[in-house]
Design a binder for this molecule. Structure first.
Ligand code: PFF
Length: 451
């Protein structure tokens, strides 16, 4: 029987299970796909430093705030905000979270599908030199193929969420997260033995501040945000399955450490081979889907290494997708009283359908643009990560920092095992630093402020 609180709500079975599930949400395509190419574009080590700083100043305080809201109310985002302040406005923040989880999952699953396709291809055909770009273009040009893989990725996600908190999400995180770390570690060691290792390490660790423009700093802030799954209620939802015995501050430090460690390991896996095979480290999003397969084609043993690489990435993507679906599903369970089965199958299907335009945006719907000439896929990514998530994070920080009272906040931070709590510093960060930083990010992305 699943562990439950006294209102019959399912709870995490163990602290480590909770930490792995939350780290599973954080560690995803953001770390392995975006982080290396952003670091490539904005000066390697300098970007890494800015990212770590943003993680500490914005990421940690917000994650603590989200977990506290979830745990104190034992409700998913909309219910949590309603329970804390039953006004017209604040529950809208929960709604925004659900909408952005819905949007992000719809296109995240399309990318998850591309990775499944790469796994399949690494089993049944070989990576060929000079063909990676063509192969990727071919995949993008085929709507049916993309939809099939997108369906499969969503089906796996639905299958896991159906098992619930303990037997679904926690169990899969306990299996996938350690496996992912082991695979990444082996791949990283292998990469560090290549001749470009020195240059790769230097690139990632040695800050080149001349390339870290103001835009780079803002990108690092935005990335810290996306990569820690903040601003869309995922961590409120996971916090709502938490018991009072868990020390939130300690867990957050563990989750953030795992996430940062993983991103750096991913960088240490990618850049040495990038330099060994003489490809451009700052080549943008294609670094992942084109450059890596090209490197696998040229590398001895690349076929098997490539296979494990994509398996590792899909593990990371699945545990993130699961948290996105859980945000949406938990609303229907908590607020509308639906069964998990019904909510999961129905919402999983609707999100699959909503993802179809993204899968078609590189072929049939290529000419359809939404924002600033961007196709549907890019527009949704842009809208969610540049607007909805930072706005959600800003409103969460204002709510927790300014609306909630000390009596409502302090007990959440101070309960749980161990004596390590940092209520005082956290309160200053969530009240002043996080809102100011996020307002700057938003003014910049909206173009109101120009640097
Ligand atoms: N953190 C995930 C990644 O880095 O890929 C993406 C993500 C998952 C964002 C869950 C938001 C979220 F709620």
């Amino acid at each position: 029987m699943a562990q439950q609180n006294n209102q019959g709500r399912e709870q995490w079975a163990s602290k480590i299970g909770f930490v792995l599930a939350a780290a599973g949400s954080a560690i995803g395509l953001g770390n392995i796909w975006r982080f290396p190419y952003k670091a490539g574009q904005y000066g390697g080590g300098a970007f890494v430093l800015a990212y770590i700083l943003a993680t500490f100043l914005i990421g940690i305080p917000l994650m603590i705030a989200e977990f506290s809201m979830g745990r104190s109310t034992q409700k998913s985002p909309v219910g949590a905000l309603k329970k804390l302040r039953d006004s017209r406005f604040w529950p809208l923040v929960g709604w925004m979270g659900i909408c952005s989880a819905f949007i992000v999952l719809s296109y995240y699953s399309v990318v998850g599908g591309w990775i499944l396709n790469y796994i399949y291809e690494s089993c049944f055909s070989s990576f060929q030199t000079g063909m990676a770009g063509v192969r990727f273009e071919e995949l993008l040009a085929r709507p049916g193929q993309q939809m099939l893989w997108h369906f499969l990725f969503m089906a796996i996600t639905v299958f896991i969420v159906r098992g619930g908190v303990k037997s679904g999400i926690e169990k899969c995180s306990k299996i996938l997260m350690p496996s992912l770390m082991v695979i990444l570690f082996i791949l990283m060691v292998n990469s560090l033995m290549s001749s470009g290792a020195g240059e790769g390490i230097r690139f990632l660790m040695k800050p080149d501040f001349s390339k870290l423009t103001r835009a780079g700093i803002l990108e690092a802030m935005g990335h810290a945000f996306f990569s820690l799954s903040l601003g869309m209620g995922a961590m409120i939802t996971y916090g709502s399955y938490l018991d009072k015995g868990t020390n939130i501050s300690v867990s957050v430090l563990q989750i953030v450490a795992l996430n940062t460690f993983y991103a750096i390991m991913a960088g240490l896996m990618v850049f040495p081979v990038v330099f060994t095979y003489n490809v451009d480290p700052g080549m943008g999003p294609g670094l992942f889907f084109v450059t890596m397969p090209e490197i696998f084609a040229r590398m001895p043993g690349g076929q098997i290494i490539g296979f494990f690489f994509f398996v590792m990435v899909v593990f990371a993507a699945i545990t993130s997708a699961v948290s996105l679906l859980e945000v949406v599903v938990s609303y229907f369970i908590d607020q509308l009283g639906w069964s998990r089965e019904k909510a999961n199958y129905l919402l999983g299907s609707v999100i699959f359908l909503a993802g179809i335009p993204s899968a078609l945006s590189s072929n049939i719907l290529k000419t359809v643009t939404l924002f600033g000439g961007k196709n549907i896929f890019d527009s949704l990514d842009f809208l969610a990560s540049n607007y909805i998530m930072p706005i959600g994070g800003l409103l969460t920080a204002v709510f927790v920092g300014w609306v909630l009272t000390k009596q409502e906040k302090e007990p959440e931070l101070k309960c749980g095992e161990g004596s390590f709590h940092f209520y005082g510093i956290w309160n200053v960060l969530i009240k002043y630093v996080v809102p100011v930083a996020l307002v700057i990010v938003l003014l910049y992305t909206t173009g109101i402020m120009n640097f």
